[in-house]
Design a protein around this ligand. Structure first.
Ligand SMILES: *Cc1c(COP(=O)(O)O)cnc(C)c1O
Length: 483
């Protein structure tokens, strides 16, 4: 177990040396303003600190460490070029509170990114402000609500298929609306009859993920859009799976009225540990006046950031996570339109390759041509006393992250596998070999799966316990009581 810096500290061995008599200028401050006792910071040499952080960086799995087929999350390579650009002093040092004259270059880049995202989605207006996919969903639902209020209509329901991401109903509730779930058909797609039945003049919007969370394209999307619009409702696209479509189709042309993009999925910005992300929202011309926050416009006298006329408000400061937006812009410019087309082509090809090679190893309930991901089931392992969770843990022993598991909810013992376009054939083949070995182990030596992972810094955790008991380290007695 790694020790923390305070435990590694050796008093009297700091990693720096101050000039005799204290740092320059401190004498002028006078004794009363100077700290009299030591700060109690850990004392370590520079090399010790370096080793400590390098070691910490190896304790968690990451895309830099190995394959990461976490379905729906699009864990693709985040180009180092993006990092270098975002770290340039002119970008890193600017502040959202600066006056427009002093940040013209930054505003121009935000304007340019909006143009690029318009070209990708086909929508005439995009807000860069939302900082997560879920926040983009919330923004869209708030826009739907405001749009109907503005027309003097009261609509409070949002229809969501049962395959949807959990953030969808949560965003609906956050926006003060109510969600209605419709069941998918046997083919995993939206059933037109179920949708028609659920639609009425109290429905504000329908939220669809396309391709859906099974990795299947909603082929009836135009008929769906017609049904929704005939009922006077808006059609929203959860665009988290845009990696399957970039450069191929404009969601706006499929009949959607609004969508969000996850820049930290499709456009290669880092996911971080829950952030900072970016979830820009694109809308039709009719809905543009409701977009949140500031939007950059180009005028005769340069670039300005203005609020929309009926903006729903702000969901973050200024233009959102500026440094993330920069990274995404760098990625888009570097690839260009043809490059973005290659992204979706590669993503879909890699997923289909894995699906084809794993077909005889794992059950694939909605088998057929998939988009950028597919969902397998670990149900057939149950007779050996092995569950999908055990397969996921065992993968870690081979230096690979698990696929997304137990989601979507409509597939029992689900394993949602998304290789992304940035992995080589050799890596995909290695994953296939490892999965075959694990499935063989399930029959021959299930104990090893139940004990896995055996090679990671921490072994099997009590996950339910960890969620229910947030206090993982007991405070020393007498301290921290009730705090
Ligand atoms: C990731 C994801 C979301 C939520 O996006 P965040 O950026 O994590 O908030 C919503 N829907 C789907 C289908 C997703 O995969």
């Amino acid at each position: 177990m790694s020790r923390i810096l305070f435990e590694l500290s050796t008093p009297g061995r700091p990693g720096f040396a101050l000039p005799a008599g204290g740092p320059q200028g401190t004498a002028r401050l006078g004794d009363s303003k100077l700290r009299q006792d030591a700060m109690g910071l850990p004392e370590l040499s520079e090399l010790d600190v370096l080793r400590h952080f390098v070691e910490l960086s190896t304790l968690n799995h990451s895309i830099a460490a190995g394959f990461y087929p976490l379905g729906s999350c699009t864990m693709k390579y985040n180009p180092v070029l993006n990092e270098n650009l975002a770290g340039l002093p002119g970008f890193a040092g600017c502040h959202p509170g600066q006056t427009p004259e002093t940040v013209q270059g930054c505003l121009e880049l935000m304007w340019e990114l909006e143009q690029k995202l318009k070209a990708v989605t086909g929508f005439p207006a995009v807000s860069l402000q939302p900082v997560a996919g879920a926040q983009g969903e919330f923004v869209a639902m708030a826009i739907a609500r405001r749009y109907f209020e503005d027309r003097g209509e009261r609509r409070e329901l949002v229809i969501i298929p049962d395959s949807a991401h959990g953030t969808n109903p949560a965003s609906v509730a956050m926006a003060g609306l109510k969600s209605v779930t419709i069941n998918s058909g046997d083919n995993g797609l939206v059933k037109l009859e179920s949708l028609a039945e659920a639609l009425n003049d109290n429905v504000a919007a329908v939220m669809l993920t396309n391709p859906n969370t099974l990795g299947l394209f909603e082929t009836e999307i135009r008929a769906i859009a017609k049904l929704v619009h005939d009922a006077g409702a808006l059609l929203y696209m959860d665009g988290a799976n845009m990696n399957a479509l970039t450069g191929r189709v404009h969601p706006a042309s499929l009949g959607f009225d609004m969508m969000h993009l996850n820049l930290h999925k499709t456009f290669s910005t880092p996911h971080g540990g829950g952030g900072p992300g970016a979830g820009p929202v694109g809308v039709t011309a009719e809905l543009a006046e409701f977009l949140p926050g500031l939007r950059v416009v180009r005028g005769d006298d340069g670039f300005r950031a203005n609020p929309a006329s009926k903006a729903i408000g702000s969901v973050h400061g200024a233009n959102g996570n500026f440094a993330m937006l920069l990274r995404a812009l760098a990625y888009i410019i570097r690839l260009g339109g043809d490059g973005l087309k290659d992204v979706s082509g590669g993503a879909v090809l890699n997923a289909n390759y894995l699906q084809a090679r794993l077909r005889d190893t794992l059950e694939i309930p909605h088998d057929g041509l998939c988009m950028h991901e597919f969902v397998a089931s670990g149900r057939s392992l149950k007779p050996h006393g092995v569950r999908t969770m055990d397969v996921a843990k065992r993968l870690l022993d081979f230096g690979m992250h698990a696929p997304t598991i137990y989601f979507p909810l409509i597939v029992p013992e689900a394993l949602m596998i998304e290789p992304t376009e940035t992995e080589s054939l050799a890596t995909l083949d290695e994953f296939v070999a490892v999965m075959k070995q694990i499935v063989a182990e399930a029959a021959e030596d299930p104990e090893i799966l139940l004990k896995a992972p055996l090679t990671t810094p921490v072994g099997r955790l009590d996950e339910v316990g960890a969620v229910k008991n947030l206090l993982v380290v007991e405070p020393p007695t007498g301290e921290g009581e009730g705090s």
